[in-house]
Every structure is written in C-alpha cells, then in structure tokens.
Write a protein that binds this ligand. Structure first.
Ligand code: 5AD
Ligand code: SF4
Length: 433
C-alpha cells in the first residue's frame, strides 16, 4: 500500500509554491500519495507562515489536534517560515513533532523525513534549491520563483529573518522553466518573489545585468505564452521604465499590487519603507494615466506604533484617492527579531481594531460603487476553475474574477464574457465570443 501524505499550507504564494516543491519531491522520490484526511496520513506536514502572531498560536493548537487524532506511527513535520524562526523551540513545545524544516530548506524534505527530531533552518544560499522535482497544482498556469529572500528592512517584518537575503534566480533558468510550462499547456505564468521588481540586485554567481523590466521583456518573447502576472512588487522600485513596460506590454496582465502599508509619510519613515505618501500617489497617478484599465490592490497595516489619528486620516485619504480594487488589511502584530517590536507609543488594541473596521467598511463602499460600473462590460476571461454549482470561473486580464454557466470544456480556454450580475468578490457573466 502507498504511503499517504497530508499537507496544510498557510501564508503567501511563496509558501504555496514551496508546498508544490515538497509534494513533487515526496511523491516522485519517496512514493507518497496525497490525501485530504490527516487521520489516515503516514506523514503530516504543515507549511507555516510567521508574518503575524495569530497563525503562530494557531500552529500549536493545530499540532495538538494532529497528534491526538493521527495514525499511531504517522510522522509530523513543521515546515516554512515559523519553522525558520522558532527552530528547535517547536520540538521543545511540541515534543511529538518529528522534524522542523525552514522556508529556505524545503529542497531537503526527502532527506529530513528519515531523521528523527532533526531541525534544518539554515538561511544561507544553497544551490540545490533550484533543483526540484516538479509538481504543478494547476495545468493552466505556472508559478515560477524568480528570487528568494528579501533585502529590505521594514521594521515590522520578520520575513528577512525567515527567508534570508535576497538572491535572484538566473534569468535563463526562469525563461527555460516558462518555456517548459508553456509547452505542457500553461498559457499564464505567475512570477513570485518577496520583492519582484528588485530582481537582478544580486545573483549567486556571475550574471549579466538584468533588471525586472528586462526580465519581463524577455519572458514576453515566448510565443505561446499569453499572460504574465507577478507578486509582490515594491512601490519604491516602481520607476518610470517599469510602469511604462507594464502599461505597453500586452502580455503583462493589467493588475498591479502596490503594498501601501500606511498613507502617512511619518509612519512610512518609521516602517523604513523608503517612500512617502507623495511618491506613492505619484506612482499611482503615472500608472493610472498610462494604463487606465489597470486594477490596483494593496496591503495596509493599521495601529503601527505611533500611528496618530492624523496618520490614520492620511491612510484613509490615500484609500479615497486611489480607490483600490482590493485591499488586504491587518492590525499591526509585533514580531520577534524586528525593530518595531521595541517601538514606544503602542496603539491601543481597541483603537487599532476600530481603525481596521473603519478602513474595511470604507473599502466596501468604494468597491460597491466601482463594481456597479462593471455591469455590461466585456472581458477576456481565462478559465481555470470549476464550481460545484455548474459554473466555470476565471480571471480577466485585470484580475476580475468572473463565473459563467459551463463545465470542463472551458478550462484552459479564453472567452469574451459580458458581465450580467455583480457580487463583491465574484461577478457573473455570459459568454459572448
Ligand atoms: N503585522 C501586521 N501585518 C504585517 N504584515 C507584515 N508584517 C506584519 C506585521 N508585523 C503584512 C504587510 C505585508 C503582508 C504580507 O503582511 O501588509 O505586506
Ligand atoms: Fe509568506 Fe512571509 Fe508568511 Fe513566510 S512569513 S509564508 S514569506 S507571508
């Protein structure tokens, strides 16, 4: 009988890609078969996120549940960012955990499963990271890492500690991977990195000067490739050349993530973001002028230490000016090994919660107003999901999620879809061509 593998993935797109890598290694080298039920699994993995405190708490309660209900000899492994940052502390707090594997070490998964109480959390660069077996959770689009780690020092962020220094992956490897994915049917690629538009800052060896804009140009030459998406870019690195290429290159999807974090120049300085409110608005203005159809999403943190009512007003002001299409908003969460954990003028928990609620309801109003304008528009949709209610769903070039009545034959296909009904997260439409 095959050995069964259960993996739970928390956190960002980088983590999802790491999970794909681990599945590939374990299914191809170790003969595992996937299961959705941890109670029957022989190996239980949890790929963790440490960006905020709550998921870390959740990890230990979840591990307790796994331990209680697992099969008698099943192993439990903790992988990813919390593994990197807590290391052997995890085995101290949960002694039944068999191994701990950091975010930068996932290529070692098939070795570590054979060791008991092993902890691998080195964040130094390791060439073997590029040499994975391959597993893809979607045949229609391919996620490709273009860099690892992060060289920024945002004062709230634990990521540089969990994922290490930023290293760009040689462009030839990225282009070959994109060509290979296209040759097996993917029409869309999704480039991943903590700070994608800082691409090319450092390679592990000799490499010609290639920045992110040039990488996009090179990738877009792949003939059968139709769409390129990427996340996350940093507003600081959004120079004119980048915005111009984004706007004029028809293969680059017109949806930009611009993580604002705060609209107050003072708070941005305390966060060490490297830009001001004015710079951010200037970049948005340039983008909207050059590419009016682009949708813009953002990340916002409220309740950062020292955030006054006026600072929060600045954030609201940017929200109203930009009218973001999507926001991911969070209450500030102090993290170990970050500068901001020592900052004074901590914002009262209740005040932070009320700011978050206010921000989110303002965004809902903006969205309802803007979504209403989409009724009757037609978008070219790339179908990639089936819903159980007889609908197929996909995304427009500018990242609007649309569903239509339909089944498998639509998957992997482009269709022109006219919007017939509006919802907050998904629109309904009918195929017109
Ligand atoms: N507290 C709250 N939110 C955070 N983020 C990162 N670190 C923290 C923190 N300490 C948010 C940022 C980032 C997103 C991935 O998570 O908004 O862009
Ligand atoms: Fe992703 Fe950051 Fe969370 Fe790690 S800590 S999973 S890099 S969001």
């Amino acid at each position: 009988m095959s050995k069964l593998l259960f993996i739970e993935t928390l956190g960002c797109a980088m983590n999802s890609r790491d999970t794909e890598h681990m599945i590939a290694e374990l299914t191809e080298k170790e003969g595992f078969v996937m299961t959705n039920d941890f109670k029957v699994a022989d190996l239980i993995l949890i790929n963790t996120c440490s960006v905020r405190e709550r998921p870390v708490h959740k990890l230990f309660s979840e591990l307790g549940g796994f331990n209680k209900h697992k099969k008698p000899h099943a192993k439990i492994g903790v992988c990813g960012c919390t593994a990197s940052h807590l290391g052997k502390e995890i085995i101290k707090r949960a002694p039944y955990v068999n191994f701990v594997l950091g975010a930068r070490n996932v290529s070692k998964i098939s070795e570590i499963i054979h060791k008991d109480k092993a902890v691998e959390i080195d964040i130094n660069y390791d060439d073997s990271e590029f040499a994975f077996k391959d597993f893809r959770s979607s045949p229609f689009k391919g996620f490709i890492n273009i860099s690892m780690g992060c060289d920024k020092s945002c004062t709230y962020c634990i990521v540089p500690k969990t994922r290490g220094d930023e290293i760009s992956i040689p462009d030839a490897l990225i282009i070959n991977e994109a060509k290979r994915l296209v040759s097996i049917g993917a029409k869309e690629i999704f480039l991943l990195g903590q700070n994608v538009n800082n691409y090319g800052r450092r390679f592990s060896g000799e490499h010609e000067d290639v920045n992110f804009t040039e990488l996009l140009r090179r990738l877009s030459k792949i003939e059968e490739l139709e769409r390129i998406r990427f996340t996350s870019p940093h507003p600081f690195h959004m120079d004119d050349e980048f915005i111009e290429e984004f706007s004029s290159n028809p293969k680059i999807c017109k949806s930009m993530h611009m993580p604002l974090q705060s609209g107050s120049t003072k708070v941005l300085k305390d966060m060490k973001r490297g830009y001001s409110k004015e710079w951010f608005l200037n970049r948005v203005n340039k983008l909207k002028t050059m590419c009016p159809e682009a949708t813009i999403s953002t990340d916002i943190i409220v309740g950062f230490p020292g955030e006054s009512d006026e600072d929060f007003e600045d954030t609201l002001d940017v929200m109203k000016t930009v009218e973001f299409d999507q926001i991911f908003s969070f209450k500030y969460s102090p993290r170990p090994e970050t500068e901001a954990q020592y900052f004074k003028n901590v914002v009262d928990e209740e005040l932070a919660s009320s700011r978050l609620t206010f921000l989110q309801s303002l965004h809902n109003e903006i969205m309802d107003k803007n979504n209403a304008k989409l009724l009757g528009n037609t978008y070219r949709v790339y179908f990639e999901d089936l819903h159980s209610d007889g609908h197929a769903a996909g995304r427009s070039d500018n990242n609007i999620v649309v569903k239509v009545k339909g089944s498998e034959e639509l998957l992997g296909q482009f269709r022109d879809v006219k919007i017939t009904a509006i919802g907050r997260t998904i629109l309904t439409g009918e195929i017109v061509a």
